[in-house]
Write a protein that binds this ligand. Structure first.
Ligand SMILES: *Cc1c(COP(=O)(O)O)cnc(C)c1O
Length: 397
């Protein structure tokens, strides 16, 4: 298996491991993995210093007026942070408008059901973007709505949702904005103060390129203070985690020490690469090379150009009867590339991620592997079915 990175810019992730062309866990550097080879006492001053630095460095990524916000790490994967955010900032008598266009919007809505918080869902199906005008109309009609929950990059299609116009509509109506920026934060600028965003979440194993195991909430300090007593959950109470962390420097329950150590190395590398802008530029180059190469092979993207994120891209499966996703997946894996199945409900698709320790040279080799695989399978034509193209038309028009 050949999966070494031949580029000069990025170190080899790990000899012989396939690249993860997935939206997290993703391919991390050898140095990030190596940072986990040490044990830390959770109450010890060295680890408390690390937690402090983690919070400060994450806040430094949010742009203007960062001093009005604070960062609260939460143990567990990203969905825990989404649940913690919704349970902590939406009061028990609050009501949330969830903007859904894929699996993560649906998950936020399901979370609110568990929490017993009132909600309504603007469901745009698999991939259509929720627009500012739609949000404004719903808020105007329903004064009970206190919060709007938006997904920044909806990873199930890869669409980059129009967060600016959603924020404008929410602010104009005097409601509060919560954002799931899990797969975007760190590579796509997100300035909560400019958006008037009350709180947002992301996690260790996405664009910062750490390993999975914790997530974090970044919230206005005034919102954190006001959240006292809201949460349904002891372990997912953001206000309690924040207060205790500020008082003691410690996480309330066993922290993922090794994962935090790896994340500090990932953050240092993120800064070296040019922070959000540098990281976003590399991912956008990955996307551009990958999409152009896939189109040259006959593949079509689900989304029109303007909605394609530099995070992950959905392609239609070829209509050619010789194409079979399972076989395609296994052949790509054998050549060192793990791709991602699709999540559309209507037509067959698959996804290719642009994030992680990969550059355009890796993308070029992935394209060569794709071409080779299609030839092996006897696929003459990678273009999608008529039905798939109709789906595409719905979005563009
Ligand atoms: C990855 C991701 C999540 C969280 O997923 P976990 O598996 O819980 O880490 C939530 N929202 C979006 C948009 C994501 O990409």
């Amino acid at each position: 298996m050949e999966s070494q990175n031949t580029s000069n810019k990025l170190p080899t992730p790990y000899l012989g491991e396939p690249y993860l062309l997935t939206p997290g866990p993703l391919t991390t550097s050898y140095e990030v993995k190596k940072a986990m080879l040490k044990d830390w006492g959770s109450w010890d001053g060295d680890f408390r210093e690390m937690t402090k630095a983690l919070r400060i460095q994450l806040l430094a990524l949010i742009g203007p007026e960062a001093n009005r916000y604070d960062c609260v790490p939460i143990q567990g994967p990203g969905s825990y942070a989404v649940e913690a955010m919704l349970g902590s900032f939406v009061p028990k008598d609050g009501k949330v408008l969830v903007l859904a266009n894929g699996a993560y919007g649906q998950r936020a809505a399901a979370t609110l059901d568990y929490l017993g918080r009132e909600k309504i869902v603007l469901d745009k199906g698999d991939y259509l973007p929720p627009r500012g005008t739609e949000v404004a109309a719903i808020l105007a009609e329903d004064p009970d709505i206190t919060h709007v929950m938006a997904i920044h990059c909806e990873t199930s299609s890869g669409i980059l949702n129009p967060i600016g116009e959603i924020a404008d509509a929410t602010r104009a109506a005097g409601r509060k904005l919560l954002i799931d920026s899990m797969s975007a934060f760190g590579a796509i600028p997100l300035h909560p103060a400019e958006l008037g965003c009350a709180a947002f979440v992301s996690s260790a194993n996405k664009c910062i390129e750490g390993v999975p195991g914790f997530s974090f909430v970044i919230a206005e300090t005034s919102e954190l203070k006001a959240a006292r007593g809201n949460s349904h959950s002891l372990s997912l109470d953001v206000e309690a985690q924040w207060r205790v962390m500020n008082e003691t420097g410690q996480w309330r329950f066993t922290p993922p020490t090794h994962i935090v150590a790896a994340f500090m190395k990932a953050l240092a590398d993120h800064a070296t690469e040019g922070s959000v802008q540098g990281r976003g530029t590399r991912y956008a180059q990955n996307r551009d090379v990958m999409v152009a190469g896939m189109r040259a092979l006959g593949f079509e993207t689900l989304l029109d150009e303007q909605w394609l994120s530099p995070i992950i891209v959905t392609f239609f499966c070829p209509a050619d009867p010789a194409f079979e996703f399972e076989a395609f997946y296994e052949a790509m894996k054998a050549q060192g590339f793990i791709i991602y199945p699709g999540k559309l409900t209507v037509v067959d698709s698959f996804r290719i991620g642009c994030i992680g320790q990969m550059d355009i040279h890796v993308m070029e080799r992935m394209l060569a592997a794709t071409k080779e695989t299609l030839a092996q399978m006897g696929v003459q034509d990678a273009s999608p079915s008529e039905a798939a193209l109709k789906e595409r038309h719905v979005l563009i028009s």
